[in-house]
Every structure is written in structure tokens, then in C-alpha cells.
Ligand binder design. Sequence first.
Ligand code: NAI
Ligand code: MG
Length: 500
Amino acid sequence: MATTKKTATKKVAKKAAPSLKFNTAWEYAPALEGTSHVTIAPQYELFIDGKFVKPESGKYFNTINPATEANLSSIAEANAADVDKAVKAARKAYNGAWGKMSGAERAKYIFRISRMIQEKARELCVIETLDGGKPIRESRDIDIPLAANHFFYYAGWADKLDYAFPNRKPTSLGVAGQIIPWNFPLLMAAWKIAPALATGNTVVLKPAETTPLTALKLAEIIQECDLPPGVVNILTGAGATGAALVQHNDINKIAFTGSTEVGKLIQQACAGSSKKLTLELGGKAANIIFEDAPLDQAVEGIINGIFFNQGHVCCAGSRLFVQESVYKTVLRKLKDRMATLIVGNPLDKNTDIGAINSKQQLDTIHKYITIGKKEGAEMYQTDINLPRKGFYCKPTLFTDVAQSSRIAQEEIFGPVLTVQTFRTEDEVIEKANNTPYGLSAGVWTDKGSKIFNLTTKIRAGVVWANTYNKFDPTSPFGGYKESGYGREGGLQGLAGYLHI
Ligand code: NAI
Ligand code: MG
């Protein structure tokens, strides 16, 4: 890998235009976020029935800071016996206090969680950055506020379910098993827990093994909010813990966000059972620039769409389609903007691209970069030095990409953008739809008619127009095709947790 990297950098250096010197001209002094207000315990137990308890498995694993490779904490690993304990606690709470509580009463607890997340936002965002590697700017301005907003929004629905689904009598499902990934740890926990509680269900949640800390902090918050014991249980562990949760026969609903590969396994495991299932899986979003688009704004949106959160975003705009007449201009602007991106310490407020979440994910990204070069695409990376310790990847762009190439078809989940061209609307619609995925897309144009045409013909759950990666608790999110099914967020997000 090291040799490949070297040659790649050399190639770029030779080609670099004078305008690519931004990095040295614009060097900012470090502006590190403090960590003295943060408490991370050396060891965390499982959160079952309102208490932190030692795992039946007796096992623990480490969670590290991917920016430095330093160990952060030792985390309990739940096995099938622990899963059973948590499901029993959730069932007891469902049959008892929580199941009998009025919506208005449930809402008070959910509002309380939202308020408490806001109060602890400064600590939570630093922990999110330490545990997962994402820039502090993002965890501070996006992840944590959105997580609080999500609880706030769903608290408002708890006593209005009859109005949400007029002429129906919506009823809760029971116990929900929820499995979440590492790219938006606290936010995904909020996406899962908030609608489940609002609709009167109880929860067993499993965070991802590389980013368990904010979910455990959320467990502390839930304890402080005095939720009846067992309403929310948080089990840490890896794939085997998730699988045990999926297989438990006293669960009424599984909600999963993660890879399409694991999503398929979960679908198989749930087949033939009465478990309700929602899956939010991978993506390979097309971001489409027409010649009449405001190009600078579009380029900014493209950069945000793929390099935001290191490309660890299921709806990342990983495939750029540029109308032929503006291809050269867009490519130049894109490279110029890429050259200004700051890659490095995620705790630094100037950082645009932080650390890749794990060694494993970095290896996956490098694997795809190698595939892209072998497939004959032209690679471009900016000429920057990466920190020596930790997992980092240079922002990468591929041109001359064939529609059938793997880098244009498969989810890379890293800061890697492929660029293709098109002439007509019909052509770009066909190309955009030509992947197994259908989670999101972006359209950049001055013309409303093109926006309408594309948003109706692109098979994706979300299509952004003249913006990208914008989220709000009130708007539903979810996929077509292999991106999964079911919607999270908004009114639609309630439906996944109700018999209607
Ligand atoms: P993953 O799908 O293995 O992990 C997601 C969650 O599922 C984690 O909590 C994990 O512990 C759990 N899990 C793993 N195996 C399981 C099983 N058999 N049964 C139940 N739960 C299980 O994703 P991974 O390996 O971390 O990433 C691989 C690829 O998945 C990435 O490169 C990316 O392409 C994609 N991905 C997509 C995400 C999305 O938001 N759609 C999020 C994370 C990864
Ligand atoms: Mg970690």
C-alpha cells in the first residue's frame, strides 16, 4: 500500500497547477477543542433494566480513538444470555409502566431526554469525535443538535398518534431490537429510540463496536431522566451480539442501519417470523450538475456531499455527473476546492476531513482506490501530508470512470468521488439509476422543470435540489432497491413502530 501511495502522490505533484498551493498559503494555527470537561470511564458495563450490569459473557473489548489509535475505554460484550436479560427487562417494562402510560406522560420523558442532550452537548460532541474520528465541527453542529431535535420532535407526537393516522387506532408493537452503525452514533441512536418511545414501545439498542461511547452516555442520561427501568436497554458488542438480538424470539420489531450485506442476513433471519423489519442500508448517490447550475455553489455542495464525515455517509454523493459543456470548468473548480480541504486532527475546529473510523474501513477504502486505478480510471489526490498515527485518507477523485466499473457501482464509504459526464437529461437519469442502490441523489440546476423531472424519475428516497446532505427530523428518510425499506423521520417514521 505504501508504494502505491507514494507513486500516487508523485503523479499528483507533477500535475499540480499553481492554484493548488492553497494549502500552504492558508495554513491555520491549530484550534483544538478542549477535552477537560469530558468524562470517559475506564470501563463500561451493559445497561439493562435501568442499571449498569456486568456482562454474563465476562468479556470486554476496547474502543479506540481512530485519530490517534489510543485506547479510550473497555466495553462490555453482550452475549445471547445478556440479550435475553435485556429483552425480558424490555418486555416487563412494556407490559408494565411504559405500556400503560398515556402518550402525554411518555412525551414528558422524551422531552426530558432531548433537554438533557442539549445540556450535555459540549461533552457529547467531544466524545463523539474522540470515539469515531469525525471533525468536531460536525459532531458539534450536526450530530448532537440533530439528535436532541429528533427526541424533541418525536416527543411532540407521543400524545397525537390518533391525529397522525386519522380514522385508525394505532397501537404499539412491543419490544424493538435496534442495531446501529458507527457513522452517526448518537444521531442513529436518536433516530431509533425516539420514535419507538413516542409510539409506546420499549427498546433494546446495540451501538456499533467502534463507537459505543455516546450510546452509553445516553444510557446515563436515560437513567438521570428517571425513565422506568427496562424501557431502554443498551447492549454493547459486535456482530454476534447484533445477531443474537435479531434471533431472539420475544422481539416484535427489528430496526437496522448498516451494510447491505448484514441487512440481507437480518432479512433472512427475520423471514417467517412475525417480527416487523425496517432496513436502512447502503447507497451510491448520484450528484448531478447541469450546465445552467450556479457552479461555485454546486462545487461546494459536491465537496460537502462526499467529503463530509470522511464519506462515511450512506447518502454520500459519491458519483458526480457533470454536463459535458461545463465538465472542464467544474473539474478545475473541484480540484481547487479539494486543495483547500484540511485533513487531520478531528478535534481541531479547522479540520474538514477527520479520521477514518477504523483500520478495517481504511483498508476497504484503499482496496477500492487500488481497484479504481486497475480499472483504468484516472486518480487525483491533493498533495498533502497525513498525520503519521491514526487512520487517514486523502480526499480522492477519479475521472475517466466507466459506468460498469466497481468504483462507480459499489459503496466505498470513504472520501472517494467518481466523476462522469452526460449530455441529456434522459441519459443522466438512466446512469443515475444504474446501481443496485437508491437512497439519495442531488440535482444542481437553475431550472425548476429539470428538478421536477429528475426528482420524479430518479429512484431514490431523497433527492436534494441545489443543496446536499440536509437533514431534519420532520422529513422521512429511507431507500429504494438494495438501500433498504421503511422510512425513518417525520410522520412516516412513526409507522414503523405501530400497528395501524
Ligand atoms: P455492519 O453492517 O457490519 O455494521 C453495522 C452494525 O451491524 C454494527 O452495529 C454491527 O455490530 C452490526 N452487525 C454486524 N453483523 C451483524 C449481524 N450478523 N447481525 C446483526 N448485527 C450485525 O457494517 P461495517 O462492517 O461496520 O461496515 C461495512 C460497510 O457497510 C461499510 O464499508 C459501508 O459500506 C457499509 N455501512 C453502511 C452504513 C449505513 O449507514 N448505511 C453504516 C455503516 C456501514
Ligand atoms: Mg472508537
